[in-house]
Design a protein around this ligand. Structure first.
Ligand code: MN
Length: 289
């Protein structure tokens, strides 16, 4: 089996605020021009300490159409409500896989009790594109608790792979997806090793959430950096230099045209105009601020 080489180890770009609750580093598509299709966007909220506050920080009611938002919490807690009637709280280790598809309104805030106490906050939000045939399907919501996450335990108690989506060895992921994507939280103890095999055509990158790892026995990557791989070879190995958490992303690209305007991700300009018109006409439903 051929080794899949690292293309680059990318440092976190300068952060910006989303609302007043999410300080994020956008690795793509703004921060770096890397091809992670079908992952369209990754906002990484590096660890930050929020002070206690009675009124939770966050981002108010806004629309999405044409893709899925995937929110993965590491520290702190996020409360969510959407116009399809779904709501939930994402605690550390939990994942929210929200299919906006034909259109929803939602709001994302710090969970009330977390906000009252303040404390560390760290999360990731991904935008996963949908193929044209599914863009206008019905919105859907998958709230996945860490306790329910399928897990592959590494030998000798050296860590575990939580399979959020796709497959890792014998384990199938918790989330249903529209196209083939693998999303895992790899939690390795110091000295722990894991191997990953993905098809060459998959776009692949590892977000180092915590700790530091050696990739393919060569390159070192620390917390807050993103390891972007070439589309050559298939086998990736990592070894944790200290207790580490790695968000593993790999997906088969959707080879269709992309037109984005703000929170809408469609195939054509005309579909973007339609999304704006539908939003202005209240067709995304209603959600109280
Ligand atoms: Mn949103």
């Amino acid at each position: 089996m051929e080794k899949r080489e690292v293309a680059e180890v990318l440092k976190a770009p300068a952060p910006h605020m989303v609302g007043d609750g999410f300080r994020v580093h956008n690795f793509f598509p703004s921060g770096y021009k890397i091809d992670m299709n079908p992952f369209f966007l990754m906002d990484y909220g590096s660890k930050i300490e929020f002070s206690a506050r009675k009124n939770p920080r966050g981002v108010g009611v806004h629309p999405h159409r044409g893709f899925e938002t995937v929110t993965i919490a590491y520290h702190g807690a996020v409360a969510h409500h959407d116009s399809a009637g779904n709501s939930g709280v994402i605690y550390p280790g939990d994942v929210q896989w929200m299919t906006a598809a034909s259109g929803i309104l939602h709001k994302e805030y710090h969970e009330a009790e977390y906000s009252l106490n303040g404390g560390p906050f760290q999360m990731v939000q991904l935008w996963v594109n949908l193929p044209a045939k599914d863009k206008m399907s019905k919105p859907k919501y998958q709230g996945i608790k860490q306790a329910d996450m399928p897990v592959f335990n590494l030998p000798d108690d050296r860590g575990k792979i939580e399979v959020i989506a796709g497959n890792y060895k014998t384990i199938s992921g918790a989330a249903n997806t529209f196209t083939p994507v693998d999303v895992y939280n790899a939690r390795l103890r110091k000295g722990g090793k894991a191997e990953f095999i993905f098809p060459k055509e998959n776009n692949t990158g590892f977000m180092i959430i915590e700790g530091s790892v050696i990739v393919n026995g060569q390159e070192s990557a620390k917390a807050d950096s993103f390891i972007y791989f070439k589309n050559e070879g298939d086998l990736i190995t990592i070894k944790a230099e200290e207790d580490s958490v790695i968000l593993v992303l790999s997906g088969l690209p959707i080879n269709e045209p992309i037109h984005q305007y703000g929170p809408f991700l469609m195939n054509t300009e005309a579909e973007i105009h339609q999304a704006i018109a539908d939003y202005n006409q209240g067709k995304f439903g209603y959600l109280e601020e």
